[in-house]
Design a protein around this ligand. Sequence first.
Ligand code: TXA
Ligand code: MG
Length: 359
Amino acid sequence: MLHSVVTRTWHVDPEQLLAETLRPAIAALQAGGVVAFPTETVYGLGADALNPQAVHRIFHAKGRPADNPLIVHVSSLEMATELLAEKAEIGVLEQLAAAFWPGPLTVVVSRNERLDDIVTAGLNTVGLRIPAHPVALQLIRMLERPIAAPSANRSGRPSPTQAAHVMADLGGRIEGIIDGGSATVGLESTVLDITEWPPVLLRPGGVTPEDLSGVLGTQVTIDGNVHAARADLVHQAQPVRSPGMKYVHYAPSTPLLLVERPTDTDSLTRIALEQQAMGKKVALLLTDETADLSLPFPTLRLGSRLQPDQIAAGLFAALRDVDRGGYDLVIVEGIEASGVGLAVMNRLRRAASALSGDK
Ligand code: TXA
Ligand code: MG
């Protein structure tokens, strides 16, 4: 049983950040507590990465399976290399850091004994990143220790892009939430494993495979599971290298049916009508271009297909909104899986409980 704690909210202005305003959060972290904080991708649920009991509380608060490793957030390349085991990886890490840190890229490297097994779920690698958010950076600097942090949602739920999402999922289970406004990227970081060559993309995000190849001078390998149509199909496809991939994630409670492009509006309408004929209350989650056609169903919007960055930024809030309408089924329209669209489609495929082709 988790005894309930009072979850405080601390409002901060990321544009004019005063160290003072972060002191209560620092005190909570120093005491082994867990605190949610904003990053540019999504809100993270942080604990002192060098305190195994504190890290245990992250797993407990989220209901996270113990075999799913955490990302460790650092504020400098030096802090990152202190956790590294294989000095041969430093060159590539430096190259990536120069191009993308601080930013939405997590680099998986071999790790030494400074981190307890609980952080990495027993793996001999660790995912490291310097977040590009003034609050996150200041928090790590003031704590003077790395911060382990997964996304600050209950396990299986969409990642939080606002403090209110965190409160809805984790209120009463964590010491506090630093409210620094909405996350700008909106999807979790890209995860790249550099323990082999060419490096392997384990999770697509704001930093695209094209960006990575440009800097590394070689194509990155895209792990087969990145394209898996649904979470429950992941481990059948091949062995799982990134444990997070085998879990259903990002899912609203309402069943979500993903219609992949290319599809025409007639087929989309036909699928919706078929589902309605089965007695279901159906809604659509559409790009602006399709929503503007005013199909005869309640419609939620993803944003313009021409601006996948904006679709990414609003996706998780949209997935949370899906549950508000009391629908039996929401049919979501896919977008083209290239650039940041690859990350959007990866999350939608993982959130979907069924595909339009399924029986
Ligand atoms: O943007 C982000 O990455 C956010 C913010 C808070 O930084 N964090 C985040 O953490 O999304 P989380 O725990 O929700 O997702 C981490 C993913 C999981 O799929 C996990 O399995 C994978 O990264 N991962 C972590 N460490 C790994 C490792 N050593 N090897 C392979 N995969 C790893
Ligand atoms: Mg997560």
